[in-house]
Write a protein that binds this ligand. Sequence first.
Ligand SMILES: [Mn+2]
Length: 368
Amino acid sequence: MDKIKNVSIELPARIIVISDIHGELPLLQKLLKKVAYKPEDYLIINGDMIEKGEDSSGVLRYVMKHLANQDRVFVTEGNCEILLDALLEENPKFVDYVRMRKQSIFREWLNQIHFTLTEQTTVQQIKDTLTDHFPKEIDFLLNLPTIIEMDDYLFVHAGLEDRKDWQNTDRGIATTQPEFLTKIHQADKFVVVGHWPVANYCIDQECNNPIIDHEKKIIAIDGGNVMKSSGQLNALLIDITEYKSRFSYTSVDYLPLAKVSQNYQPDKMMQGLVNYPSYRLFPMEKGEHFTKCLKEDKKTSIYVKNEYIKEADDGSFLAKDDLSCYQLEVLEGDEVSVVDDSCSGYTLVKKDGYVGWIPKKCLTDMVR
Ligand SMILES: [Mn+2]
């Protein structure tokens, strides 16, 4: 692959990795502030800056204007950036994508120049118009590397192929393959990826924090920003000296904060979660707030919040969304983010990246 960028670094160094910003400029700015980003840091934006969120063109503008012009900032391409290829190759399906996807940089760009999409609009027209009006942006996106190699780390949006010559990983696989953490690779370096929300890997308890697998040498950092109601934008921090490396992380989200007013010790039965792609449920026993259900595997039982169970047309039952079935232990004085306060008896909250239910009586007023 010719889109590998080799970067040498000066030690000691701090590397900040952020992925899957998906057009959420305020979160990017808040996160950079929270980690106290400064030009001496190495900053990696690991794919999917754009699409799905509110302001993709704003994120791109910000990255190009304030970040990418610095010599320690590097951006990789994700599956959302390489959508541009379909436009430039004049793939007719691109028109359908632009029509269907309301939250897209291509839609934003067309709106900005008051271009109206009609039934007759062709991919050639969109290509000519956008390459005319946004040549710098398009050039920037086209020239992003797929993989950045830096010290003992590789940064790639989705993952590597399991081959000794990982450098020859197919570009499509590097940017789109799902579930890299369930796979293996043969690069003798830590591979840092985004793309697949880490909550999709959870079994007992929903958590959106980066997962660091020392054995596989994979670090997955996509906190489900934009994709999940409990999602967050994560920053992975790698502090490197001549002798050792240290990992830490932090995150930001848009959720309101609330203060816990009394301790809560959860019922041990209340564990587990429903997550992509297994939403099927088999209700067994309905309680006042939670219904005991078997999961899609028909073996695991979980207690699902009643409001999140929906009946399909064929009479089967599904969870409405990805959902924690865990109850969180909280202490008086804890600050938690409120994910869903609209259900009976319990509120879905997030504490230090972990998502679960606590009784409503444990919360006082909102802080933010
Ligand atoms: Mn992605």
